[in-house]
Design a protein around this ligand. Structure first.
Ligand SMILES: C[S@@+](CC[C@H](N)C(=O)[O-])C[C@H]1O[C@@H](n2cnc3c(N)ncnc32)[C@H](O)[C@@H]1O
Length: 471
């Protein structure tokens, strides 16, 4: 047996022991260890072994976490405050749902009355979050399991949910969760998924099933995201900040034109536009989301340095709707620098640099690189960052709408690094230096970056590259 597999058995057994302790910290550590074992980023042999272990009682997560939830519901057995109890219930149910998705046969436990009654009991808790998580868990436990659904009906599940529904002041998130249940319940049972689903797919599935996930056209989504884009703790932005801090200043400082002119494609709220302008560049900031651009305009207008706004021209333009990717002719109408590098007319109006950060997943590669090439003078630079395909295979750009609680996801694509490089080469770009591929190395690194980083340990999240145009 591989050492990593031996340690998997040990760590699962140890985590299960921790769940049986009385201390909040031990239980949390146990749940955290289990959740990490279920990460889809784990190597295949690890995942295979972990699934195999779920077939036996000793390591079966659904059995042990169900026992933990039962214990948490008995006020007298654990001396916990209500808030501590709710937090542990939420974490336990999150682990339960992930484990059910990871190892579908484990859901069979919920064909029995007792665990299903336990879930119904949780529907009467005062905490909205606990009730919502319980509805999600009921959905998960009955996916592809008609026997479980019969048990749910037999123990009075429909009546319990109906009782919730008649409350006139039901919070929006519970209305969404109930609607999702109805959708799930009324779907013909032979249409339920027959195959095992990964935990990230399960999470997405739950979000979709609960109406918590809303796919929407890119611009509509960004118009809504604008309000919280700069403050929602997005880890990709943290990695991007580090990459940009290393690579952008030398580019601006070594460009011969003074000041250099840079076009930023998909500038958003101006996270990097402001940095460019502070470095002294003249910036043409292009985006098509009125919401995002309004934030940028506010920032420029409110900045103590009035010269900042004078250096930035904001342009609303859909980058997907350019004639043959030609952004140059559109922007030529603007007062860009009259660049006569090499004395060639062809270079007139072309700029020194293009910056594009975290936008590529919304654009076709061909359209994007044609637009960037149309803007740049010969040997001009393109500093490009994007969501890494490793992360893109697990998720896509999105945010939790604070008004509705729903996860909103703009339309997006997942481009491989090879496809990005070959589309760039087709129009004359060559890589200058190395392509950076960064992710969350380990828990210590995750702790440095913020609370949302932990779930991405081991995943490559960010790709960055400097390209030069050779005509
Ligand atoms: C994730 S944000 C990145 C914003 C900024 N570059 C940053 O790094 O913070 C993606 C931006 O791309 C813009 N975008 C996406 N598709 C676009 C399109 N077809 N035309 C113009 N802008 C687009 C969105 O409006 C949004 O502001």
């Amino acid at each position: 047996m591989e050492p990593s597999q031996r340690s998997l058995e040990f760590s699962l057994a140890y985590a299960v022991d921790l769940l049986a302790r009385h201390s909040v910290r031990c239980i949390q550590t146990g749940l955290g260890t289990i959740m990490r074992s279920l990460q889809p980023s784990r190597p295949e042999p690890f995942q295979d072994r972990c699934r195999q272990l779920q077939d036996g009682f000793e390591h079966n997560i659904v059995i042990h976490v169900t026992a933990l939830i039962e214990r948490l519901m008995m006020i007298q057995t654990l001396a916990l405050s209500q808030a501590e109890r709710d937090r542990l219930l939420l974490s336990s149910m999150a682990v339960l749902r992930t484990a059910m998705a990871y190892h579908p046969p484990s859901r069979n436990l919920y064909a029995r009355d007792r665990p299903m009654r336990m879930l119904l009991h949780l529907l009467h808790k005062p905490s909205e979050l606990v009730v919502r998580a319980t509805i999600e868990t009921i959905i998960c436990s009955t996916i592809d399991r008609p026997a479980n659904m019969r048990t749910f009906e037999y123990v009075g599940g429909l009546r319990s949910l109906a009782k919730l529904d008649i409350k006139s002041d039901l919070p929006k998130s519970l209305v969404h969760a109930l609607k999702a249940f109805v959708k799930h319940y009324t779907r013909p049972e032979n249409e339920h998924a027959q195959t095992a689903i990964s935990s990230s797919q399960a999470k997405r599935g739950i979000e979709m099933a609960t109406g918590e996930e809303q796919r929407m056209p890119t611009m509509a989504a960004y118009d809504r995201w604008a309000a919280v884009y700069d403050s929602d703790g997005n880890i990709l932005q943290v990695l991007d900040d580090a990459y940009i801090a290393t690579h952008l200043p030398p580019l601006i400082n070594t460009t011969s034109a003074s000041p250099p002119t840079v076009v930023e494609l998909g500038c958003g709220t101006g996270r990097n536009t402001i940095k460019l302008a502070r470095l002294g560049a003249r910036v043409v900031a292009v985006d098509n989301s009125a919401g995002m651009v309004a934030r940028l305009r506010d920032k420029l207008a409110g900045d103590a340095d009035a010269s900042l706004a004078a250096r930035v021209t904001v342009v609303m333009q859909d980058l997907s709707a350019l004639p043959a990717g030609d952004l140059h002719s559109t922007l030529l109408q603007l007062p860009l620098q009259d660049n006569t590098v090499d004395g060639k007319d062809a270079e007139k109006g072309r700029v020194d640099g293009v910056l594009c950060t975290l936008v590529l997943e919304h654009l076709s590669l061909r359209t994007f690189f044609a637009a960037a090439a149309s803007l740049l003078r010969n040997n001009g630079w393109l500093l490009l960052t994007s969501m890494h395909p490793d992360l893109g295979s697990r998720t896509s750009a999105g945010f939790r709408d604070p008004d509705t609680g729903a996860k909103v996801r703009p339309d997006s694509m997942n481009h491989s690094v090879e496809d990005i490089l070959s589309a760039a080469a087709e129009v004359g770009f060559a890589v200058d230096g190395v392509v950076s591929e960064e992710g969350i190395r380990d828990s210590a690194h995750a702790a440095e970056l913020g609370s949302r980083a932990e779930k991405w340990v081991g995943v490559t999240m960010h790709v960055g590259m400097l390209l030069r145009l050779h005509r």
